[in-house]
Design a protein around this ligand. Structure first.
Ligand code: FNR
Length: 381
């Protein structure tokens, strides 16, 4: 099959992956309503076609946090990306760097910060969760800075884990024993090839670098589960703001009141996100939440958005709603699972090409020229 879209990569990933890994990436929380609406609401926005605008060459480049990017996007932090291809985070980060954009490395990556950063000439972004173990957080911040990371994406929408039914059914979440069984099933000859795909899956790089011993997939949920901190508040974040000298971006903002708090707090940016519909099912899609947030804080801080972006047209739609850039989540992992780093690079080319068509036909020569006027009047949520 000739692959020409995110959905083609999704289908290819489905064929390649053991079911528990496919559903881990593909699934969301509870009934998955928000996950579906993220995609539908965004795709449902009508772009405003304009013709004969003498557009010529379009410039897709932009500046985010003082960094020049070839496209207004970064790869989103996705835990366990290293399970989807051998040293998967390195492959994805290399492909992204080749295309002029950063990868955001998840706290719970397979490859540690140093391994990924040392293979690139441009800085990655690093994502950190709010965890009870402040020693881990401080250690991760120190290591990220020493490796050359300057943009910290701090995820604030996970004080408790959302329940994901597909993961429960597959054994990916739930009791310790279930996860061990799932993993051992992968070692069965039927999935033997998969061990090659995963490389060294028994290691969560950033966590083991801190603990001083390996922490495998079967320990991952337990470690993370014990570390969620539902009592977290703005005051608890202050030490990070004081400590981290680079850009600090708060990920998981869905309400204008929280966006205003983030600006008052001194964040450099926010990510309008519902975690891809993996946390609280039933909340607003990012496309619906974004316009009011942009009205509240546009110009005060950098606005990124994710949850639902599947194409270059979707990138243009998010920018038209008020985002300065987007994070690309599930699509790059499908591409990685289907075709490794080459798949990720190809997907980024597809997105760039789709953006060029959308910008030419909405009359935008540059990223700055994508505004709410790029949407048809009836198209705004
Ligand atoms: C995520 N996401 C996520 N976010 C984060 O801050 N840290 C993480 O470790 C993860 N892990 C993770 C795993 C998987 C399998 C998925 C699908 C997502 C959320 C991610 O960064 C992003 O917000 C969503 O993926 C956006 O939704 P879409 O566009 O992928 O549907």
């Amino acid at each position: 099959m000739i692959i020409s879209s995110t959905m083609d990569y999704r289908a290819a990933a489905r064929r390649r992956l053991p079911p528990f890994l496919f559903h881990y990436i593909d699934g969301g929380a509870y009934d998955e309503q928000t996950m579906r609406r993220n995609v539908e609401d965004l795709r449902g926005l009508a772009l405003r076609q304009r013709v004969l605008r003498e557009v010529g060459e379009v410039d897709l480049s932009t500046q985010l946090f003082g960094e020049k990017l070839s496209l207004p996007l970064a790869l989103a932090p996705v835990g366990l990306t290293g399970m989807y291809a051998r040293r998967g985070e390195v492959q994805a980060a290399r492909a992204a760097a080749e295309k002029g954009v950063p990868l955001t490395l998840s706290t719970v990556s397979v490859c540690p910060i140093e391994e990924v950063q040392s293979q690139l000439s441009r800085p990655i972004w690093f994502q950190l969760y709010v965890l009870k173990d402040r020693g881990f957080m401080k250690n991760a911040l120190e290591r990220a800075w020493a490796a050359g990371v300057r943009t910290l994406v701090f995820t604030v929408d996970m004080p408790v884990p959302g329940a994901r039914y597909r993961d429960r059914h597959s054994g990916m979440s739930g009791p310790h024993a279930a996860l061990r069984r799932v993993w051992q099933a992968c070692l069965h000859p039927h999935w033997a090839w998969h061990v090659g795909v995963c490389g060294r899956p028994h290691d969560l790089g950033n966590v083991s670098a801190y603990l001083g011993h390996r922490i495998g997939l079967e320990d991952y949920i337990g470690w993370l589960g014990n570390n969620f901190d539902p009592a977290i508040g703005w005051r608890d974040l202050q030490w990070i703001r004081d400590y981290w000298k680079g850009a600090m971006v708060l990920k998981g903002i869905l309400d204008p009141a929280d966006a205003l708090e983030a600006a008052r707090f001194g964040a450099d940016g926010i990510v309008v996100s519902n975690h891809g519909g993996r946390q609280l099912d039933g909340v607003l899609s990012s496309a619906r939440a974004l316009p009011a947030i942009a009205d509240a804080v546009k110009g005060k801080l950098t606005i990124l958005a994710d949850s639902g972006v599947r194409s270059g047209l979707d990138v243009v739609r998010m920018l038209a709603l008020g985002a300065d850039g987007v994070l690309l989540g599930r699509p790059f992992v499908y591409a990685l699972a289907a075709a490794g780093g080459q798949g990720v690079a190809h997907l980024l080319d597809l997105i760039a090409a789709e953006m060029r068509v959308a910008m030419t036909l909405t009359g935008a020569k540059s990223i700055a020229e994508i505004t709410r006027d790029s949407l048809a009047a009836q198209g705004v949520p």
